[in-house]
Write a protein that binds this ligand. Structure first.
Ligand code: BG6
Length: 484
């Protein structure tokens, strides 16, 4: 089958903390990601050991004698190999690269008067290289790597002062780089910040088994995050060639069965875990259903004068979202647990799972694209999608990753169907082109790339790059646009 849209953007996505390495080079400060230690899991489907890490565990990373491994300090050596990696993407036929900038390279403490020129120079080299290869660029400003000094001194986005600091960082980048970068995403997967506050909002939550306690406190930070985003959109209007979008982790759930009680419960859950975020950023107001949710859960936060007007006048230009899995929900049945990196849910007996228990649901992608388009009529972009697997180089120095080819083929077919349905989806960046450090588990052995990188969980290896079978498959697809 031939892919419909000729002008579609095809590329790969990554994040600074998962690829760059060079964690203390050219003036960069430590980020919260640099303080996350590697923990070898006994059971890949149980992330509780990682999720229960608290402030004290992270602070151990500040001790120069700590004996732990901190993989996000090392990445896949993109800092030194960016030219090779961008060329590999270009040679595969990609025409867009989504990457993130590390705030800690630009304003290492967050509150400096002037930016760190060495940090800006690095990204200028990277962006120039992308443009030289005729690739569009999509930049995420904050991908789970708040500079640690901002957590320590300001308590992240709970503090209104951090709004100014973030906006100054964003303006600095837009002023310098709007000539290279067309698409801007202020925050990665911003809807997970309510649960994972240290990476999403820049403050440590108390250890508690009651999620609602964390969520209650986080809403103030989330409100400030929306304000940051609106301020950036307002500023970006001076630059007619750039677009500012959002990036939300797709949390599509299906009711486990057709019991109306479960169907209604699923609707309520999707409102709060998914639609709420889009509704605020597209419509510029807190949706009616959230008012009841706030009241029933004693959620209160301060809205300063002018905030709601700012939100109303500065909606996002486009919607982007990551799509890895779907879950089911039920209040009457005890359905088994399926996994995800940031949030878990119920099992769906119709879906296969990855080795980490993530349910693979290509049809759900078409369903979600249709829902988003029907609800908002804003251009859509799939900013992450991919499959992690344990892989080893074979004797031909490649990986026969047929499961990844099947994964991509199935998802691309569904995007194609959504386009035929009349949905305006303009691009897709796979997670990812070059193997990198896992976001949730910080392991290297959970590989997502179509290019293999010779590092293991402890960063042993040469770091050399090898093409997997999926790389050749994707390149052929780019050449012919035929989905074989
Ligand atoms: C997304 C994140 O949630 O999922 C990425 O934006 C992350 O940073 C990706 O790497 C895949 O998750 P993981 O935990 O398997 O690396």
């Amino acid at each position: 089958m031939k892919f419909e849209d000729k002008d579609f953007l095809w590329g790969a996505a990554s994040s600074a903390a998962q690829i760059e390495g060079a964690y203390d080079i050219d003036g960069k400060s430590l980020t919260v990601a640099d303080l996350i230690p590697y923990i070898k899991l006994k059971n890949k489907k149980d992330l509780s050991e990682i999720r229960s890490l608290g402030k004290e565990d992270f602070l151990d990373g500040l001790n120069p004698n700590s004996t732990k491994t901190y993989p996000k300090r090392l990445g896949n050596d993109f800092y030194n190999r960016y030219k090779e990696d961008i060329k590999l993407m270009k040679d595969a036929g990609m025409n867009i690269y989504r990457l993130s900038v590390s705030w800690a390279r630009i304003f290492p403490n967050g509150d400096e008067e002037v930016p760190n020129e060495a940090g800006l120079a690095f990204y200028e080299r990277v962006f120039k290289e992308c443009r030289k290869q005729n690739m569009e660029i999509m930049v995420t400003l904050s991908h789970f790597d708040f500079p640690y000094p901002i957590l320590e001194k300001y308590n992240g986005l709970l503090n209104r002062k951090v709004i100014e600091m973030f906006v100054k960082y964003a303006k600095t980048l837009i002023e310098r780089f709007s000539k290279y970068v067309k698409y801007w995403l202020p925050f990665n997967e911003l809807n997970i910040c309510l649960m994972h506050t240290h990476i999403g909002l820049g403050f440590f939550s108390e250890k508690t088994n009651n999620h609602m306690d964390i969520i209650r406190k986080s809403f103030q930070g989330l409100h400030h995050l929306f304000i940051v985003q609106a301020e950036i959109i307002k500023f970006a209007k001076k630059y007619p060639d750039i677009k500012v979008g959002c990036m939300v982790s797709d949390m599509t759930t299906y009711s486990y069965d057709c019991n109306p009680i479960n169907v209604l419960n699923n609707l309520k859950q999707e409102q709060i875990r998914k639609w709420f975020f889009f509704d605020v950023m597209v419509r510029g107001e807190y949706p009616r259903y959230s008012k009841r949710f706030f009241k029933e859960n004693n959620i209160e936060f301060t809205i300063a004068e002018g905030d709601m007007e700012l939100l109303k006048n500065n909606p996002i230009d486009f919607i982007s979202f990551s799509y890895y899995q779907t879950h089911t929900t039920s209040v009457t049945e005890n359905v088994g647990q399926s996994q995800g990196n940031l949030i878990d849910g119920g099992i769906n007996p119709y879906l296969k799972q990855t080795e980490w228990g993530w349910q693979i649901d290509p049809v759900g992608l078409r369903y979600e694209l249709n829902q988003l388009w029907d609800r908002y009529q804003l251009p859509l972009f799939i900013s992450e999608n991919g499959i992690g697997a344990i892989e080893k180089l074979d004797k031909n120095m490649t990986v026969e990753d047929d499961y990844r080819i099947e994964y991509y083929r199935e998802h691309f077919l569904q995007i194609n169907e959504a386009i035929k349905d009349g949905v305006n989806v303009f691009g897709y960046t796979m997670w990812t082109s070059i193997d990198l450090v896992s976001g949730s588990t910080s392991e290297f052995d959970k590989r997502y790339g179509i290019v293999y990188v010779d590092y293991d969980d402890y960063h042993n290896g040469t770091g050399d790059r090898f093409l997997k079978k999926s790389y050749h498959w994707f390149k052929e697809f780019m050449r012919t646009k035929e989905l074989k």
